[in-house]
Design a binder for this molecule. Structure first.
Ligand code: SIN
Length: 337
């Protein structure tokens, strides 16, 4: 075959493909997988980090060639301050902020920050899967966000750069990093301490340089961020929780082709079961690693000590009951049974 006829055949083929793409644009688009960016702020070896990777694996298996899930951990793409905006602008499709970071979007979600509300994560799970918890997933739709799952991390512990951390009076006057939550701000004010809202990615340096004296977090976040290397004492207070809502841009989620939405919903449900089963093991393992590292001392508390922390934080409930609603608080208390 002459090179002229080969070239002519190639030109005709390309023109034919272009005409098909113009006549049937969805044919051309269907071939490129839909890119789904999932951005979060923690390390991969944490409950949320593992959940995001599991979701990627399952979604791509259920929707072969149709979706390309890209996970960005450790604030690589967006940190706390920008991730909500990014999902609203469509720069990412999924994020999973801590439940403490949504109070700009709904006051009701502040329920999760009330100190000593939930006895343990099993109680949190019961509340989240009940009617009130499920209502909260769709409570931000008018603000453009829809919750597609709750993911667990665990109970919060308190750490400082002081040797003694047993009773509430031990934190008087100390500066604490907090997540962007008015309830957490009130909690530290009730203790006579000075709270400072700060993005997660900045906490290690703030602790290391003494910008703040302490912080509150789960064992997995403390270990993966090496907070125990720059703190002297971690008191086992279990005074609150860090859990997540996986959220999507509501318009994007509602507008997904039905088969893609079904596959993603199934992948999300299975990844949720996987991550939630793992969360406690990761936290307990990381607690052991912190103990073995012998940098920060783990301070166990007696019943009376815990009662003193509980009493000191009590005023916070009254302050936020109006915003949150008594019905929600009662439902949460019932989940402790
Ligand atoms: C997270 O677990 O996503 C971060 C929590 C924090 O900001 O302390």
């Amino acid at each position: 075959m002459s090179s002229t006829s080969t070239t002519r055949r190639r030109v005709l083929k390309t023109a034919g493909a272009a005409a098909t793409a113009m006549a049937f644009p969805y044919v051309a688009r269907a071939q490129a997988p839909m890119v789904i960016k999932f951005s979060h702020v923690v390390a991969e070896k944490t409950p949320k980090g593992q959940g995001a990777l599991k979701f990627k694996e399952l979604a791509e298996k259920k929707l072969p060639g149709k979706v390309d899930v890209q996970v960005f951990p450790s604030s690589q793409l967006f940190g706390d301050a920008k991730e909500m905006e990014a999902v609203l602008l469509g720069d990412v499709q999924l994020i999973a902020p801590s439940l403490s970071k949504f109070d700009r979007y709904t006051k009701k979600i502040q329920i999760f920050d009330l100190p000593f509300l939930f006895d343990d994560i099993a109680a949190v799970d019961r509340f989240q899967s009940g009617p009130k918890g499920q209502e909260l997933l769709v409570s931000m739709k008018n603000r453009g966000l829809v919750g597609v799952a709750y993911w667990h991390n665990g109970m919060k512990q308190l750490s400082t750069n002081r040797d003694r951390l047993v009773r509430p009076e031990d934190v008087k006057g100390l500066k604490f990093r907090i997540q962007a939550s008015d309830v957490l701000e009130a909690q530290f004010r009730a203790l006579g301490a000075n709270p400072q809202k700060m993005a997660f990615a900045e906490v290690y340096q703030a602790l290391q340089t003494g910008v703040v004296d302490g912080q509150e977090n789960t064992w997995s976040n403390i270990y993966s961020q090496k907070f125990h290397e720059v703190q002297k004492t971690i008191a086992e207070t279990n005074h609150g929780i860090i859990d997540y809502m996986v959220v999507a841009n509501a318009k994007w989620w509602d507008g997904l082709p039905p088969d893609v939405k079904k596959g993603l919903s199934e992948a999300m449900a299975e990844a949720t079961t996987f991550a939630n089963k793992l969360a406690d093991d990761i936290n307990q393992d990381d607690r052991k690693k912190i103990e073995a590292a012998s940098k920060a001392k783990i301070q166990k508390l007696g019943k009376e000590d815990v009662a003193a922390w509980r009493k000191a934080m009590e005023p916070v409930w009254k302050k936020f009951e109006g915003d949150i609603g008594r019905d929600l608080i009662d439902a949460a208390l019932k989940s402790n049974a």
